[in-house]
Design a binder for this molecule. Structure first.
Ligand SMILES: NC(=O)c1ccc[n+]([C@@H]2O[C@H](COP(=O)([O-])OP(=O)(O)OC[C@H]3O[C@@H](n4cnc5c(N)ncnc54)[C@H](O)[C@@H]3O)[C@@H](O)[C@H]2O)c1
Ligand SMILES: O=C(O)CC[C@@H](O)C(=O)O
Length: 526
């Protein structure tokens, strides 16, 4: 039975799903070195934002197939390291959207009406109604940075509260922003005009310290800023100075450059600073949503099924996978075949989608072709997750082409591999019943199903040559299951494709090449 380690607090609903297929160990609060020590025993790791899955953890996780992040952000996982090791990383892109959006709105109102400090004051026995005079959000301008899932929900709620909405998101169209009720503007204009600014962007090299002292100086002294996205998008030192000096009116933060928040100038600020300990996703509803979403994906991957929200298998969503599944197998087989025909080091792979296939998404088919191509070199180490990165690291360039005018089969796939030993090509298609047919080798038309052991020859089309190869194989006790010859012109060059019941014994290929008329011979194991 598979083993799953749950190293952050996850809702019971998720543990129950995992327990259907695996032994589940819940070990909270592990130190990095403790995690590294035990991770080698596990097939899957399920986390929230508390566990840092570093390169060292991933390298120690020799059996890891999947890392599941019960939440959106995967910035606590070294995704490139996981990808290189062929580990799927999944998240729950929508499970906590509402929770995080509502937290941002709650933070905006708390900050505006000084609720946390007023609450603390009443609990201390005071009745101070002067200190806590607040500001209304009605008719004020809210600047939303990042108009994705959370940003859009914040927009809807803020609109209902009568706020005017500006948004900055370089990846969203003006029409989409208008549909949400936002005016799309550039960041400079947003920070200059907004009374409230709320951040809903991922942390990337471009967004790190996006809000720095220079940006803070452009804001109005009445501006309040809310960050429920990721720590480090705001420069915390600069923010503390800006609030102390009255450059802006206040801030509400749920996330920090380093968590848990330890010594920080943010803590010494008064009612103009509201701090929560990364609670954006902490609602009962969101925790059930993300736990179920991610546990189901871990269960599926452990059962050999695809994950619906893998962050490191681009383009392989379940819908696309379902539609392309038969062609993925075709592509992988052809990749494996052309890789063996090319031999040596492949430098360029041309993947051509033909006929009906030309209108399809090519990326999953390219990934499958690369997986097949690299199989001889990497065996079980190559999978859909790391095939592209492994190919890139080996300097294999990929060109994709499409030709919907080729109508020999409903849809066919043509792969051409160029390497240090020359160029080879294969074409394949699917029959109506889904069976794979190899329909062309190096420009010679054939029609053969792939089989485990195969022998390919290029020879002069002349009488007697096929018989000679047959006798030679017979003398080595190799049984031929099927044989086919493809040629372009009579008595020109031809290819012969033999499916064999047994692997070719050592040395026989050299004998085959010596047969007069044989130009080349290749063995292939699929
Ligand atoms: N505090 C929490 O507990 C909590 C909970 C959930 C999500 N989050 C965080 O909230 C953030 C938003 O999550 P989401 O689900 O809405 O993500 P999303 O992917 O749906 O939206 C992000 C948006 O940011 C935009 N964007 C990217 N780079 C940008 C840039 N440089 N400038 C402006 N816009 C940019 C994208 O186009 C996208 O529309 C993420 O950082 C996520 O990790 C925090
Ligand atoms: O695990 C959490 O509670 C935080 C989740 C949140 O930051 C996310 O990115 O989904």
């Amino acid at each position: 039975m598979s083993k799953v380690l749950v190293s952050d607090s996850i809702d019971r609903a998720g543990i129950d799903i995992l327990s259907q297929v695996a032994t589940v160990d819940v070990k909270l609060g592990l130190k990095p070195e403790e995690l590294i020590k035990i991770i080698g025993e596990y097939d899957a790791l399920m986390i929230r934002s508390g566990t840092r899955v570093t390169q060292e953890v991933i390298e120690a996780g020799a059996h890891l197939k999947i890392i599941g992040r019960a939440g959106v952000g995967v910035d606590n996982v070294d995704v490139p390291a996981a990808t290189r090791q062929g580990i799927v990383v999944v998240n729950s892109p929508e499970g906590n959207t509402i929770a995080a959006a509502e937290h941002a709105v709650a933070m905006m109102l708390s900050l505006s009406r000084h609720i946390p400090d007023a609450n603390a004051s009443v609990k201390k026995g005071e009745w101070d109604r002067k200190t806590f005079v607040g500001a209304e959000v009605y008719k004020k301008t809210l600047g939303i940075v990042g108009l994705g899932k959370i940003g859009s929900h914040v927009a809807a709620v803020a609109k209902a509260m009568g706020m005017k909405l500006l948004a900055f998101d370089p990846f969203i169209s003006r029409e989409r922003a208008e549909q949400i009720g936002c005016q799309l503007v550039d960041l400079d204009l947003l920070v200059q005009q907004a009374d409230y600014i709320t951040l809903h962007i991922p942390k990337t090299p471009e967004t790190t310290h996006l809000i720095n002292s220079e940006m803070l100086k452009k804001m109005k002294p009445t501006t309040r800023i809310i960050n429920c996205a990721r720590g480090g998008i705001i420069d915390e030192e600069a923010l503390a100075v800006a609030i102390k000096e009255g450059t802006i009116a206040g801030a509400a933060l749920d996330v920090y450059e380093s968590e848990p928040l330890k010594e920080s100038p943010l803590k010494s600020l008064g009612k103009e600073m509201v701090l929560t300990p990364h609670l954006g996703a902490s609602t009962t509803e969101a925790q059930v949503n993300v736990a179920v979403d991610v546990a189901e994906q871990i269960r599926d991957v452990l059962l050999g099924l695809p994950a619906r929200s893998a962050v490191n298998i681009p383009g392989l969503s379940p819908d696309i996978l379902e539609e392309l599944k038969p062609y993925m197998q075709l592509s992988e087989t052809l990749g494996n075949l052309v890789g063996q025909l090319a031999g040596g080091r492949v430098e360029l792979l041309n993947v051509s989608l033909q006929g009906e296939l030309a209108t399809n998404r090519s990326q999953p088919l390219v990934v499958a072709a690369l997986k097949g191509l690299l199989f001889q070199a990497l065996r079980e180490r190559v999978n859909y997750v790391n095939a592209s990165i492994e190919a890139k690291e080996r300097g294999i360039r990929v060109i994709e082409t499409r030709d919907d005018s080729i109508k020999d089969y409903a849809g066919s796939l043509h792969l051409e591999a160029t390497g240090n030993l020359g160029t080879h090509s294969v074409t394949g298609a699917l029959l109506g019943n889904g069976e794979i047919r190899v329909t062309n080798i190096d420009g010679f038309p054939i029609n053969v199903p792939p089989s485990h052991h195969m022998l390919f020859t290029v020879h002069r089309d002349m009488p007697g040559i096929i018989g000679k190869i047959g006798s030679l194989l017979g003398s080595f006790n190799v049984n031929i299951a099927s044989m086919q010859v493809g040629r372009k012109i009579v008595r020109g060059d031809a290819v012969m494709v033999l499916s064999l019941d047994d692997p070719l014994p050592e040395g026989i290929l050299a004998e085959i090449i010596k047969v007069p008329g044989i130009r080349d011979a290749y063995t292939v194991t699929l």
